[in-house]
Design a protein around this ligand. Structure first.
Ligand SMILES: *Cc1c(COP(=O)(O)O)cnc(C)c1O
Length: 389
């Protein structure tokens, strides 16, 4: 008996120890509120978003929540410049989940899709097609290669049914020419699927004008919300001809269920309720401000920063760029040290770049709650750092 009690006591002590170790750890991973995010997602959040996040998450199977979601649908369509009969799907997933869901719900082995593959996000579309057994070809671009009309020549008059593109390939920063892509799709009668995750609310975007059949958006980029909510806007054409005709092998990612539920402002499963509120708050802010002014703000920060770095030993790629980020390149392999210096010493978080490109490149974002003074401070640090190398 005594032995048992002692053992129990020892266990209690151990448990106590574990708990305080946990506690110590928790202290260490507190979010550094001083850190400025020059990153494209999560981006520097606006105070009004933080205020919404600070509220208790409510129950959602209510007429009030439905009404808010229908408003979200209306605003999203408006800002994407979508047709009146376009349909919106709200998914609780990161952007990649929405990319996969869209491909799964629209295409199968009878299709043949062309993927513009100019970086890691283009490769992700290829990977999704491979996993789901959808025949595809990648239009491969080299790291510094600009997409031009010539690239499309060998793909004309073939048996493709769709084109998939990350309109802003965030890995390289290239913003592809949407008119070029639209014209190719028109000539060849292809569905056009656009991952607009890092260009929506950063650059102009017109779903109807460019005959886009699906637009994929994620909460943590141009919307500057918490990650976890993705939105897919579908043209009526692709809903009727593809989504409704299709039997998709998935419980969670079955768009038919989402379309049905969204008629009354609901989702088939529990959505990221808190982020749906952040979304409503953000869309209303943009509605009041005006989408043009919102885009103008991003452009102003972008041009200001690019102007300031003009005489530093830095260059930008020569292909067209999004206003969302400046993918700056150095002449030496200093990007990793630079990233660490800015983060650890100056509390400035820039986007590192993975892979080979990452040794000489960092990306600076122009979305979120950033002021021109923030770019002054960042440029001063870049200047100082570069003068030492
Ligand atoms: C960020 C991003 C995604 C999605 O990333 P997740 O981490 O899955 O949210 C997809 N495409 C592009 C172009 C992006 O910039």
């Amino acid at each position: 008996m005594i032995g048992w009690k002692r053992k129990r006591l020892l266990l209690d002590h151990k448990e106590e120890g574990r708990r305080s170790a946990c506690h110590r750890k928790e202290m260490k991973i507190e979010i550094d509120q001083e850190m400025k995010l020059f990153t494209v997602g999560p981006a520097q959040m606006y105070p009004h978003t933080v205020a919404v996040r600070n509220q208790v998450v409510p129950y959602f199977r209510t007429p009030e929540f439905s009404e808010m979601m229908l408003e979200n649908e209306k605003f999203i369509k408006k800002f994407a410049d979508a047709k009146e009969d376009a349909k919106v799907i709200f998914l609780t997933s990161p952007g990649s989940g929405a990319m996969e869901a869209t491909v799964m719900n629209c295409f199968d082995k009878r299709d043949r899709v062309l993927v513009i593959s100019g970086g890691t996000f283009g490769e992700r579309f290829e990977q999704i097609c491979a996993i789901h057994g959808i025949p595809y070809e990648g239009l491969k671009l080299k790291p510094d290669e600009k997409l031009t009309g010539a690239h499309f020549q060998k793909y004309e008059n073939r048996d493709f049914t769709a084109l998939l593109v990350n309109l802003h390939e965030t890995y390289t920063g290239q913003l592809y020419d949407i008119e070029l892509i639209r014209d190719f799709c028109e000539r060849n009668h292809l569905y056009l699927i656009v991952d607009a995750i890092s260009t929506f609310l950063c650059d102009e975007y017109h779903m109807e004008k460019y005959h886009i059949d699906a637009t994929i958006i994620s909460s943590q980029k141009g919307l500057c919300l918490a990650p976890g909510l993705s939105v897919v806007i579908l043209s009526d054409k692709i809903v009727r001809q593809k989504v409704l005709e299709h039997s998709v092998q998935s419980l969670y990612f079955n768009f038919k269920e989402y379309l049905l539920n969204m008629k009354r402002g609901q989702t088939p499963f529990t959505p990221a309720v808190g982020i749906c509120f952040e979304l409503y708050d953000m869309l209303r802010h943009i509605e009041i401000q005006g989408i043009e002014r919102r885009l103008e703000e991003v452009k102003t920060r972008c041009n200001y920063f690019r102007g300031k770095i003009g005489n530093l030993p830095i260059h930008l790629p020569s292909y067209p760029l999004s206003n969302a980020i400046s993918p700056i390149r150095f002449e030496k392999d200093i990007a990793v040290d630079m990233f660490r210096y800015l983060k650890d010493k100056k509390k400035m978080m820039v986007n590192p770049v993975g892979g080979e490109l990452g040794k000489r490149s960092i990306r600076v974002s122009h979305i979120g709650d950033l002021k021109l003074e923030d770019y002054d401070a960042l440029t001063d640090e870049l200047k100082l750092f570069l003068s030492k190398y």
